[in-house]
Ligand binder design. Structure first.
Ligand code: SAM
Length: 254
């Protein structure tokens, strides 16, 4: 990239780049984002079909128009003003069922809701697709504070700023479930507050994942558990690992 005669190094990996890399490499067509806020990620993602889910969506009409002018595919975007639970329930009852190729989970940042979102997302994921989660690697205890919303967290710590919540526990719980089933490849990229990545393996059977639900053992884990051993607890890897993984897999299109 060149700005006013100065060469600027490529920006580091972040959620938008990782999601776009997956969409491009998998030739994904259907993209779902849970928790979109003002659309700064959702609107910039390039995919033929995109669904945004958020009960308190802040995407302006102006931004929607701008996105359509930039890429006409954005005309097809669906905006669902619903909680993730309500949206997944609506998918359950719709026929024919829709599978998504890439799903980004970035909604309510509590352990239990994130875990439920993952389990639901696995039910509607193309087995050749992938799931990405945001905020899996909070690097301070304040960032990881369990709370029902960003504003509740800010009130509790008495300041404003970033907040990840305790979604890391949901990813850790998923890693534990996968120890017996061994149907998923899982890792967290060390960038953008931690991007959890989930790839179904050949053996993936969505029915095997239906019975899992949040557990008090994981809910009550202290932050020190994460801080002591991130490589084990959330399978933390360097951001470039996603390229190595995709290259090693010789992925077929979804
Ligand atoms: C961190 S923001 C999302 C940011 C966005 N994905 C991005 O990358 O810029 C979290 C969003 O989740 C939404 N949210 C909260 N509870 C939710 C739920 N139960 N289901 C879906 N979205 C939810 C909030 O309204 C908020 O807009």
């Amino acid at each position: 990239m060149r700005i006013k005669g100065i060469f600027v190094r490529n920006q580091p990996m972040n959620r938008q780049k990782a999601i776009q890399l997956l969409i491009d490499r998998l030739h994904a067509r259907y993209y779902l984002e849970i928790g979109v806020f003002d659309g700064r990620c959702f609107m910039e993602i390039r995919a033929p079909y995109k669904v945004a889910v958020d009960p308190d969506m802040k995407i302006t009409f102006r931004y929607k128009l701008h996105a359509i002018r930039k890429r006409v595919e954005n005309l097809r975007n669906q905006y669902k003003h619903l909680t993730s639970d309500a949206y997944f329930a609506s998918l359950q009852s719709s026929s024919p069922g829709r599978l998504f190729d890439v799903i980004f989970i970035d909604g309510l940042h509590t352990y239990s809701q994130t875990f439920i979102d993952i389990i639901h997302a696995l039910q509607f994921l193309n087995p050749k697709g992938a799931i990405v989660l945001h905020d899996i690697n909070p690097d301070t205890e304040a960032l990881a504070l369990p709370a029902s919303s960003r504003s509740a967290a800010m009130q509790a710590v008495g300041k404003s700023g970033g907040w990840c919540g305790d979604s890391w526990k949901a990813f850790h719980h998923l890693i534990a479930c996968n120890r017996s089933l061994n149907q998923l490849d899982l890792f967290t990229l060390n960038c953008d507050f931690g991007l959890g990545v989930i790839f179904p393996k050949e053996e993936f059977n969505r029915n095997d994942w239906k019975g899992f639900s949040p557990e008090s053992h994981y809910e009550n884990l202290p932050y020190e558990v994460l801080d002591r051993n991130r490589a084990d607890v959330i399978k933390l890897v360097e951001p470039d690992f996603i390229n190595q993984y995709l290259n090693s897999k010789q992925l077929k299109s979804v």
